[in-house]
Unconditional design. Structure first.
Length: 428
């Protein structure tokens, strides 16, 4: 059977789609790039917030409406996990599966025909690939429905299986392995291993063959001294860390049931920067959480100015059914949320531009991601890629005049800062 997977949502969904593809390939099915030729279209959905669920619903409706008569369309992932009845009500959707349902999807596809076409696509990856090290979440955040979707227990993959998977990704072309989870710092916690993540990184650095290892989604308060030490002394580890803090006001963080000891947060940032002076730190904030006052929002702005994050994202609060925050009093009006979001994003942009300007003159390795043949408006060849300071899909890019192939690591010198992006020159 020919299949095509359409993936929505975060990098963790990308890794789930890879699992589905590997399972189908092992069963004798193969992917096609032309959707019209697919016998089976699989939509892997996101259900984290209202906008994500609406996007998933619209994508399912479009795929079902555009499918030819004998083409099956099925839906899997987070949205299907929590709202399966709404999924199967869509005319033209053949079946709905929840999370981690690769075996069930393969069973639905059935046995492959004995004679197969030459596959139009393969399981090759780009210069960067995601490695999901665990799933599930036991944190008590009042705004988040991930525990209801993914389960309220951490489920860490074994180090042996992750090393093998990383080796496979490197063998398929990845130079960078990005470690993702609902909470990466909880890796191994169900085994009672507080340093499980640090040990895993050491093994991946020694055995995977990856040139870069990048860590995303570290929970505040669980960035251990051993993790910092391993990151600082392991050459393959990018001096980059994503720590979603969500807010800068202790009182808002208490209502969120997030770590609210700002002294601890500042101490973690200080230890990271002391061990790795060149580290790039990314975070995420929520504005307009129920009860957020102007004074509390001011505390967030002050914290952003003080902490000087290299990268940051932000969201307006969106009530999620079944979460405690959805029923809290003093919901912030949408207009106020938007005003605060705009002000926060302007502040974050100013900080990021300042941090980028500090990079001018630095010589750094650049992982090339652009396809060959790209040119400027004047016809000059140009490449685009990322240094250790930029994570794929969420941060900016570095541009340089010249030629190089995707996946190459080339040396560049930063020459100019453009807010989120940078300009550089190739070094021979």
């Amino acid at each position: 059977m020919r299949y095509q997977i359409v993936t929505l949502g975060c990098p963790k969904n990308t890794t789930d789609s890879d699992r589905i593809a590997l399972t189908l390939e092992a069963a004798g099915h193969h992917a096609v790039s032309d959707r019209a030729r697919a016998d089976l279209v699989i939509l892997n959905t996101c259900g984290f917030i209202d906008d994500a669920r609406e996007e998933s619903k619209q994508a399912a409706e479009i795929l079902a409406a555009e499918s030819r008569g004998d083409q099956q369309v099925i839906v899997t992932g987070c949205w299907s996990q929590i709202e399966r009845e709404q999924v199967i009500e869509i005319d033209g959707i053949e079946a709905a599966f929840g999370i981690e349902a690769w075996d069930q999807i393969a069973a639905h596809a059935g046995e492959a025909e004995l004679e197969r076409d030459i596959p139009e696509t393969s399981l090759q990856v780009g210069p960067s690939a995601y490695l999901k090290i665990s799933d599930g979440c036991a944190r008590p955040c009042t705004f988040c429905n991930i525990p209801a979707i993914k389960g309220r227990q951490f489920r860490s993959a074994t180090p042996d299986s992750l090393v093998t998977e990383a080796q496979t990704l490197v063998g398929r072309g990845a130079k960078e392995i990005v470690l993702v989870a609902q909470d990466s710092t909880a890796y191994g916690s169900e085994w009672g291993d507080a340093d499980g993540l640090a040990r895993l990184i050491e093994r991946l650095a020694a055995e995977s063959g990856a040139e870069w290892l990048r860590l995303m989604y570290a929970y505040p308060g669980f960035v251990t001294p051993s993790l910092i030490e391993v990151m600082a002394r392991t050459p393959q580890v990018c001096h980059y860390l994503d720590i979603p803090l969500q807010h800068g006001s202790p009182s808002v963080l208490r209502r969120m049931k997030r770590p609210h000891n700002m002294g601890m947060v500042r101490g973690t940032l200080e230890r990271l920067r002391s061990a790795m002076p060149d580290i790039a730190i990314r975070t995420t904030f929520i504005v307009g959480f129920p009860g957020e006052t102007e004074a509390e929002f001011g505390e967030l702005l002050d914290f952003v100015a003080e902490a000087q994050f290299d990268r940051a994202g932000a969201f307006t609060y969106s009530p999620q059914a079944g979460t405690p925050a959805a029923t809290m009093s003093e919901q912030v009006p949408d207009q106020v949320k938007q005003q605060r979001y705009d002000e926060l994003m302007a502040t974050l942009a100013d900080v990021s531009a300042g941090r980028n300007a500090l990079q001018i003159g630095r010589r750094l390795p650049l992982l090339v991601e652009s396809e060959p043949g790209q040119t400027t408006e004047d016809g000059d060849p140009i490449i685009a890629g990322r240094t250790y300071r930029e994570a794929a899909e969420v941060d900016g890019l570095v541009f340089a005049l010249g030629e190089a192939s995707p996946g190459e690591l080339v040396d560049v010198r930063i020459t100019d800062a453009l807010g989120h992006d940078l300009w550089a020159e190739l070094i021979d």
